[in-house]
Design a protein around this ligand. Structure first.
Ligand code: PBG
Length: 331
């Protein structure tokens, strides 16, 4: 009996006593296969270019990308999400639909390197390719033109699938994009190419470092097409539409500020759910760790565990290979 009488009536601390006890009762375990590595490949460079706001992440050359893909396989990582940075950008993002554009070339490179040992995915969006930096083409008034953009996306889906990608990841938040892409794929014999839909994609300050990563020329913001952080219900609407249009997997992005959305979606669907731990989430931890303000490795594992606990089956993270190695080491 305690000196305080009736309390404590129960002792949950018994299950926290030793590392073995904690390991045994852990409800959430990370596994390398559920991690997806986002990677940048830039046209026309002869050495990798560091991204200052994302220490440890680079714009790859075609060669170093192949190496990174091989290392990811070695570490047991589940997938790779590729982003291309072309030498030339224009109003319609021509390089995004050129069969010899950097992303298409990189898909072929990576497929030649790893074959089917890794799920090869590609970003299907125009912002890396347009000189104005928007995710779609603009109308005469400078607004992002939804339906004209869909035509460009259909073409992107075709060239990416022709290059051999396993999964396309439409990230532009245009209405109808999943349906149009599904039709374009099916109409060109690419029935087996899957769609990872960026279903609940919020307009976010945490995309900042990514803009440097893809040398984005965006002025302004994406508030007319990405979701408002204040809203939860419209995520369920986006979810219903994406599933109806044929999404094979759905994603919530960013991850950490939107764990409630992730949980709601995970509780609703019967397809795999993904979360994207984005560039700003990466940068915050790296920056605080560099200052000695937080323990880097623990913070990384804690955020990934939290994202998985909230309902993510797969997680896109720039730490994928590093964490996969750590997990292989038995941590
Ligand atoms: C759009 C796209 C973005 C990211 C992935 N796909 C940028 C944006 O929507 O502004 C961000 C990823 C990250 O920040 O890590 N193609």
């Amino acid at each position: 009996m305690s000196v305080y009488g009736r309390f404590p009536g129960a002792r949950p601390r018994r299950l926290r006593t030793t590392p073995a006890m904690r390991r045994m009762v852990a409800e959430t375990r990370l596994h390398p296969a559920e991690l997806i590595l986002p990677a940048f490949v830039r046209e026309g460079i002869s050495a990798p270019v560091p991204i200052s706001a994302m220490p440890g992440v680079v714009q790859h050359t075609r060669n170093t990308l192949r190496k990174a893909a091989a290392e990811a396989v070695e570490a047991g990582v589940g997938g790779l999400m590729l982003f291309g940075i072309p030498e030339v950008k224009d109003a319609v993002g021509s390089q995004g639909t050129d069969p010899n554009g950097i992303l298409q070339v990189a898909i072929r490179d990576v497929k030649a390197e790893v074959g089917d040992d890794l799920v090869v995915m590609s970003d299907l969006c125009l912002d890396e390719y347009t000189d104005h930096g928007h995710c779609g083409v603009l109308d005469d008034d400078g607004r992002v033109d939804n339906d004209a953009t869909l035509e460009r996306y259909a073409e992107m889906a075709r060239v990416q699938a022709d290059a051999g990608v396993h999964v396309v990841g439409p990230s532009g938040m245009m209405d109808g994009q999943v349906g149009v892409i599904r039709e374009a794929l099916d109409g060109t014999g690419h029935q087996d190419v899957a769609i990872l839909a960026y279903t609940a994609k919020y307009t976010s300050a945490f995309y900042g470092p990514f803009r440097e990563a893809v040398a984005s020329s965006l002025k302004g913001d994406r508030k007319t097409y990405q979701q408002d952080p204040a809203n939860a219900r419209e995520s369920l609407r986006e979810l219903a539409l994406d599933l109806e249009e044929g999404a094979d997997m759905v994603m919530v992005k960013p991850a950490l500020p939107y764990l409630d959305i992730l949980r709601q979606i995970a509780d609703t669907v019967d397809v795999p759910v993904s979360a994207y731990q984005i560039s700003g989430e990466y940068a915050m931890i790296e920056a605080a760790a560099e200052k000695g303000w937080i323990e880097r490795d623990r913070a990384i594992m804690e955020t990934l565990t939290g994202i998985k606990r909230a309902g993510a089956g797969t997680i896109l993270t720039y730490w994928a290979t590093e964490v996969a190695r750590r997990l292989q080491g038995g941590e």
